[in-house]
Design a protein. Structure first.
Length: 637
């Protein structure tokens, strides 16, 4: 317990008692002391002396102070940082408290004037009492109970302040910032007054408790804002290492419409760097800005929902935080247009830098096949789903208002986005919020969508892939669609013959007549929705091979096939009438299959030119795979 240059006092049972006025003019300190300030007793410092008096781990009890002529007279207060005059905004000398407790008990309204008030509790157990704090004071972890608080200037730090049955007054400070304030009061929580022309503002960040419907503004120029901070460390999910080159875009409608405010990019430590100061809403140097400040509400003094003072409304602010990374999935809730709802993330220190960041986990985009964006941006043809997806993702990372798609296997997942494959596109890749165009002569892959579709242009071909969407095939006639599956509809916009080589179409349509679809190699069409405009030809091979008993081919045998009952061809119609070749084969390689077709009265004969054979009958069915009948003929010589 020590007292150094602490003025005139007496020691009674270990308590330092002040009963006379003390205007200290030299640096002083009290450590681990119990102090009583009674009646006319004061502990004040003189600004003229430019000193500091420090209390550390002290208990102070202010009992029945003599009332000042005016309770706000700083020079008459029991504890004061200005003993010389009535300037409450003086900062020349300080009277500081750390880890202290101050108990006030008086019978009439009184005030005390403090500088630093670190981890210090102030209790009022008597009549009305006010606590004034000096500009530049450190007020971290200050606690006020039943004592209203007037802030005479922006504190150097003001975090984790607790007020019980206490309120805050800002009379003329242009801007006051508080973080993690915990205020419980039944009446007014905050008064903003008319000093400084009323141009006074209060900012509450990450408040624990505060009722913004209990503000009393006395000027239309008064301002109030509250919001949260987001402090992130961007980290790779699998490696646990920082992720560099993540783009973060901060937007809000605080101005009246959704407006981009600032952009940040992560450095090699996974921390955001940028020029925008989100707390002060200004632009400065490009530097580490590890805490993002997001406004939740502001006071509009033109309103009248809350009638205290001049009346006001509380207006909610919508924030958007977009996160983009080429090598990582777009995180849910942080895609363009998403409203930020996560609240405070991580925590901030009392100086508004990050205290403890929250790890923002970035999931690797497993659909990326080429990690080098320079290589990707040099592509001249995007002929696979893999190349198209990689190019899309690289462009999306760097450009605004670009569509966002995903990929499942070899299928691009388009959702409501339209995809165009154009063989002669001027640009290799173009996009906006509703469509993507990729340059490719042949596209191999597929697509799935909710409402988006795929369009081919200028001879672009489709070769392999499943399309769970509609296809607008505008590549022109005399082209071939190879081995694709389309569960939607394929529309043909021009007359002519198209070859469908393998695969399957659920529906085909056309608004123009003269479209012929030639299906080969097992290609199928389930429904022709435009039968008057589309003719479907399904050529299959109908083949008969004539062999003798030794298995040798029989040339110039006459093969005759006739349609039986039950198929689409009228019964009795000739299907094939031809001589076998040197391989013993007679065939039609372009038989148009429509349905299974039974045969009747069908045979193979060779009875004129030796060697001759007994006529053999042929039975069977022409199916979707055609007919391949081998006939063993018996010699008739």
């Amino acid at each position: 317990m020590t007292m150094v240059n602490m003025g005139t006092y007496t020691t009674v049972n270990g308590v330092q008692e002040y009963t006379v006025t003390n205007k200290l003019a030299a640096n002083g300190s009290a450590t681990d002391e119990s102090i009583l300030i009674y009646s006319t007793g004061t502990i004040q410092v003189s600004p003229a002396a430019a000193i500091a008096v420090d209390f550390l781990r002290c208990n102070l009890f202010i009992k029945d102070p003599i009332p000042a002529a005016q309770w706000y007279n700083i020079q008459d207060a029991s504890i004061s940082y200005n003993a010389d005059n009535g300037d409450r905004y003086s900062t020349a000398s300080q009277i500081n408290f750390e880890d202290c407790q101050v108990v006030f008990n008086g019978s009439s309204i009184s005030a005390i004037f403090l500088s630093d008030c670190i981890n210090t509790r102030i209790f009022n157990t008597g009549s009305t009492m006010l606590t004034y704090t000096q500009a530049g004071a450190n007020l971290n972890n200050m606690s006020l109970n039943n004592s209203n608080w007037e802030v005479n200037g922006q504190p150097s730090e003001a975090a984790n302040i607790k007020l019980v049955n206490s309120a805050i007054t800002n009379f003329l400070v242009p801007r006051l910032d508080f973080s993690y304030i915990d205020l419980t009061a039944g009446g007014t929580n905050l008064t903003i007054n008319t000093g400084n022309g009323g141009n006074n503002a209060v900012y509450m960040w990450n408040f624990v408790q505060f009722d913004n419907t209990k503000i009393q503004p006395f000027s239309l120029n008064n301002e109030y804002f509250d919001g949260v901070s987001a402090s992130w460390l961007f980290q790779d999910r699998d490696l646990g290492t920082p992720v560099e080159d993540v783009l973060l875009i901060n937007s809000s409608d605080k101005s009246g419409s959704m407006t981009e405010l600032g952009r940040f990019t992560t450095n090699s430590s996974g921390v955001t760097v940028g020029t925008y100061d989100s707390r002060f809403e200004t632009t400065g140097a490009n530097q580490v800005r590890d805490a993002l400040y997001l406004f939740n509400n502001y006071m509009d003094t033109s309103g009248s929902t809350y009638p205290a003072g001049v009346g006001y409304d509380i207006v909610s602010v919508v924030n958007q935080v977009e996160v983009r990374s080429y090598l990582h999935d777009a995180p849910v809730g942080y895609i363009v247009g998403d409203t930020y709802t996560a609240g405070e993330q991580g925590s901030i220190a009392s100086d508004y830098t990050t205290d403890v960041p929250l790890v923002f986990t970035m999931n690797n985009d497993l659909n990326i096949t080429e990690t080098n964006t320079t290589t990707i941006l040099a592509y001249t043809d995007l002929g696979t789903a893999e190349k198209l997806y990689d190019r899309h993702k690289a462009e999306w990372r760097d450009n605004d208002n670009y569509a966002l798609i995903s990929k499942v296997g070899s299928q691009l997942s388009l959702a409501a986005i339209d995809l165009t494959i154009d063989a002669t596109a001027v640009s290799v890749y173009t996009a906006n919020t509703t469509s993507i165009t990729g340059k490719a002569t042949t596209y191999t892959g597929g697509a799935t969508s909710t409402t988006g579709d795929v369009t081919t242009l200028n001879g672009a071909l489709l070769n392999g892939g499943t399309f769970d969407c509609d296809i607008n095939y505008q590549s022109g006639a005399s082209t071939t669609i190879t081995n694709i599956t389309c569960t939607g509809a394929v529309d043909f916009n021009a007359a002519g013959t198209y070859t469908v080589d393998g695969g399957s179409f659920n529906i085909v349509t056309s608004s123009v007549s003269g479209v012929i679809l030639v299906l080969i190699n097992g290609a199928t069409v389930t429904t022709n929705s435009s039968p008057s405009n589309i003719t479907i030809q399904n050529p299959v091979t109908v083949r008969v091979t004539a062999l003798d008993a030794s298995g040798s081919p029989i040339e110039n045998a006459r093969v005759y096939l006739e349609a039986g009952a039950g198929g689409d061809i009228p019964q009795g119609t000739e299907i094939l009438n031809a001589l076998t070749n040197a391989s013993g084969i007679a065939e039609d390689t372009a038989f148009n299959y429509t349905n299974n077709q039974l045969l009747q009265n069908s045979r193979v004969r060779k009875g004129t030119t030796p060697p001759v054979y007994v006529t053999s009958t042929i039975s069977g069915t022409i199916e979707s795979t055609g007919l391949n009948s081998i006939v063993i003929m018996i010699s008739d010589e």
